[in-house]
Write a protein of this length. Structure first.
Length: 398
């Protein structure tokens, strides 16, 4: 049995490992047992690949704790999205997805609302080559990143704070049913320099070619028992300033067991995630902190899921992450500044014949440790924890 998320893999898989390198749709497939509301209303069970319209919801009752004490307990809608996709022909397809409970501020460089995640068209040049044009996700490796965000209870710092949706082009080449290479060029920011980095250090100049380049390799072995998702990326952050990332994900899937282990590393002339920047408060109360320089981040993430019954799934997840300065500057000396440990565990119940709806009970937490050099500004993040019960529903409307 494949894990439930496999039904909704990113459209950017482009005939990746385990999908035959033929003219199949790279768009997310619906569960074959799922019936849309339109089909219920009309009694028409004929599938329409030209237009699929889904509503995605993730909501629950959360009890949040700070340093072991209850901070707040309330109902919360984590995600609500509209997802529209389809195939115009055997070669041409499209995908549009927008988050309804996110900011709608227009981003000046791309001239798109920040709430729009996907807005692209795709074209199959041949059974092995596929081209995408429009707003899409950066083709990072790793399995936490590749998971449908609707199914994530809490991301690692690397995937939570690093922007991932930008406008550009990508080309996928499926060398075989189990081997794929993808090349991508997208914008490295969607708005202005100040929108992305806040207050800039002295001497930083605007990037004239703000682009993000990624090479991605996906593969599977032993009849999909083992999977790999690797990537290397480079981006221009500012004039003469660059960011580099390496993501390496390894997965194992056998029977009811699915597990992965991701290693992610990113470093940039300007703080890629902004977490080290937060350790230095601004001189003026209402001012933004100056973006830190020469920062690097390392994240190790592991998760295991066990489908003990078609209706019941158990999972555990652990994270270890560090934030460092790799070259001293006027504000920060060289060395490690921040370490974070994360843990998650829970149970999921699938009450229907398909996997579109599931109920969950989960516990998640983060613990932080700052080195002596980071404690100088007097900032000490509190450990956090959360207990949550709720539902995740990908509702097929049409």
């Amino acid at each position: 049995m494949k894990r439930p998320a496999a039904l909704y893999l990113s459209a950017l898989l482009l005939c990746t490992g385990g999908i035959p390198a033929t003219a199949q749709s790279p768009l997310p497939e619906r569960d074959s047992s799922a019936v849309s509301l339109f089909e219920h209303a009309t009694g028409n069970r004929k599938r329409n690949k030209t237009f699929n319209f889904d509503l995605e919801m993730h909501a629950g009752f959360n009890a949040d704790f700070l340093s072991g004490k209850l901070d707040e307990a309330a109902f919360r809608m984590k995600d609500i999205k509209v997802d529209i996709n389809g195939e115009v022909s055997n070669r041409l397809f499209y995908w549009y997805r927008q988050k309804l409970n996110a900011g709608y501020e227009n981003q000046p460089l791309e001239n798109l609302s920040e709430s729009i995640e996907y807005a692209f068209i795709g074209y199959r040049l041949s059974p092995k080559f596929t081209l995408l044009a429009g707003k899409q996700e950066i083709l990072y490796g790793g399995y936490e990143y590749d998971e449908n965000p609707l199914l994530i209870y809490e991301y690692s710092d690397m995937n939570e704070y690093q922007p991932c949706y930008f406008t550009g082009l990508s080309l996928g080449y499926a060398a075989s049913p189990s081997q794929e290479i993808r090349l991508q060029i997208v914008n490295s920011r969607a708005g202005s320099m100040e929108d992305d980095y806040g207050s800039l250090p002295q001497g930083i100049k605007k990037s004239k070619v703000p682009l993000f380049y990624t090479l991605n390799w996906n593969s599977s072995y032993l009849d999909e028992l083992v999977g790999l998702r690797y990537s290397v990326s480079a981006a221009q952050q500012a004039g003469g300033k660059y960011m580099y990332s390496i993501f390496a994900g390894q997965s194992l899937e056998t029977g009811p067991l699915y597990a992965y282990f991701d290693v992610m590393y990113s470093r940039g002339a300007l703080d890629p995630l902004g977490l080290i920047t937060e350790l230095m408060p601004p001189e003026e109360e209402d001012a933004l902190p100056v973006r830190a320089e020469n920062c690097s981040y390392l994240s190790l993430v592991a998760e295991a899921q066990y489908r003990l019954h078609p209706k019941w799934n158990l999972f555990v997840k652990g994270m270890y992450e560090t934030a460092s300065v790799y070259k001293a500057n006027e504000v920060f000396e060289k060395g490690k500044y921040r370490t974070a440990w994360g843990y998650q565990g829970g149970v999921e119940y699938y009450p229907m014949a398909d996997d579109n709806l599931h109920l969950f009970l989960i516990g998640t937490g983060r613990a932080y440790s700052l080195t002596e050099r980071a404690k100088a500004p007097g900032i000490s993040p509190e450990n956090t924890a959360r207990l949550a019960v709720g539902f995740v529903y990908r509702l097929p409307l049409y």
